[in-house]
Design a protein around this ligand. Structure first.
Ligand code: PLP
Length: 430
């Protein structure tokens, strides 16, 4: 019963520093969010002690009566949130959900198609040294060079030529909506399964602000910690009873042993929140914020620095800043923003001439700031701060000291206006 501060001051101190970092900077990594306190409480509960291999009502361990209630709540809430018949809430992560979904539907040596990693796809959609690239024969599809949107004609041509067993639709760095019906038409044409990985945009789907893949795909996977705003983890949905059975056995015992019931409880809480009107209102601000960023980054002063926006805008929670024609590279852009207290990640953009570790892009997302309470006025201010920083840094890759001081002060003012987790202590007192 010794508190962490006493039992392990080193870890406690690092957690306190991380709290200060989250409170005092502006988090704009598109895949991140701030979990509500109730979600963190469920995750930090006694459930972490419990083994519960199996599924509710069919466990391989005794004493599962309470975790059964919790896992069933998570399953029922998830099904109702997305209008799906079957749900598995046990995958420890998005990557594991994808591994289990593939394991359920196809066999090693089969052919899969996924969006090229360099064009916004995810590692688990067929990257060479990921399990997906090692187990399956991967045929990547791409975005068009003129529009930066997925080339559905190419998807169809590659599908007809390569007869994949599985087509994956989904992305980690893409700013437009996917045409799920068209993906399904192509999958049916060649007898492939369609898997949609909605990890990034699941929160928008839950809020009814993005088309749902559930009616179109054989299987839908997601993370629970991105736009959905829950604990770190994965889930799998399907409307097909046979596929649901295969998914359950692919997750356990196929991929995992004991589920993380403390995380499952936190997922249940997050799914409850995601069904409430406040969540929808927040996702409206997420989308509005991203559009405000894109509009600012398309203005003349930014264009004069050779900076633009991939696909010319956004329909989702992120903007991809295109630095291909700028002196500034992705690494320098990330560092310049970090210097003033804004956290983003550099990201390859389609047809990027620079190597991935440097890259010519920045992925800038709005979910975490919307969770903090940001609306149009604050996103307008943050968009201007970023634009000013990137223009200033485009000269020699660094910000002048005066600019840095001024921009950092504007960041601090925004952070202080929207305190994060105030009950956990504030930056000044932690
Ligand atoms: N799928 C997509 C589309 C993602 O963007 C990510 C994470 O970035 C994942 C899956 C993997 O999720 P995790 O990091 O929980 O394994």
């Amino acid at each position: 019963i010794r508190p962490l501060a006493e039992a392990d001051p080193e870890v406690d101190q690092a957690i306190a520093q991380e709290l200060i970092r989250q409170q005092s900077t502006l988090e704009m990594i598109a895949s991140e969010n701030f979990a509500p306190t109730a979600v963190m409480q469920a995750q930090g509960s006694v459930l972490t002690n419990k083994y519960a291999e199996g599924y509710p009502g069919k466990r391989y361990y005794g004493g599962c009566e309470h975790v059964d209630v919790i896992e069933q709540l998570a399953i029922d809430r998830l099904k109702s949130l997305f209008g799906a018949e079957y749900a598995n809430v046990q995958p420890h992560s998005g990557a594991q959900a994808n591994a289990a979904a593939m394991h359920a539907l196809i066999t090693p040596g089969d052919t899969i198609m996924g969006l090229n990693l360099a064009h916004g796809g995810h590692l688990t959609h067929g990257m060479r040294i990921n399990f997906s690239g090692k187990l399956y024969n991967v045929v990547p599809y791409s975005v068009r060079e003129d529009t930066h949107t997925i080339d559905m004609a190419e998807v169809e041509r590659l599908a007809v030529e390569n007869k994949p067993q599985l087509i994956v639709a989904g992305w980690s760095a893409y700013s437009r909506q996917l045409d799920f019906a068209e993906f399904r038409r192509i999958a049916d044409l060649v007898g492939a399964y369609l898997m949609v990985d909605m990890a990034h945009f699941a929160g928008l789907v839950a809020a009814g602000l993005h088309p749902s893949p559930v009616p179109h795909a054989h299987i839908v996977t997601s993370t629970t910690h991105k736009t959905l705003g829950g604990p770190r983890g994965g889930v799998i949905l399907t409307n097909d009873a046979e596929i649901a059975k295969k998914v359950n056995s692919a997750v356990f015992p196929g991929q995992q042993g004991g589920p993380l019931e403390h995380v499952v409880a936190a997922k249940a809480v997050a799914f409850k929140f995601a069904s409430e009107p406040e969540f929808k209102e927040r996702q409206v601000r997420v989308l509005e914020g991203a559009k405000i960023l894109a509009q600012r980054f398309l203005q003349d002063d930014v264009a004069e620095a050779g900076i633009s926006v991939v696909s010319g805008g956004t329909d989702v929670h992120l903007v991809l800043v295109d630095l291909r024609n700028s002196e500034l590279n992705g690494q320098q852009g990330e560092d310049a923003l970090h210097h003033i207290g804004i956290t983003v990640n550099r990201n390859a953009v389609p047809f990027d001439p620079r190597p991935p570790m440097v890259s010519s892009g920045l992925r800038v997302g709005t979910p975490a700031l919307a969770a903090r309470g940001f609306g149009a006025a604050e996103f307008t201010e943050v968009a201007d701060i970023i634009a000013t920083a990137l223009i200033a840094a485009a000269g020699d890759g660094t910000l002048g000291e005066d600019t840095a001081v001024e921009l950092r002060a504007r960041v601090t003012a925004l952070a202080e206006q929207f305190p994060l987790y105030p009950h956990l202590g504030t930056a000044g007192s932690a």
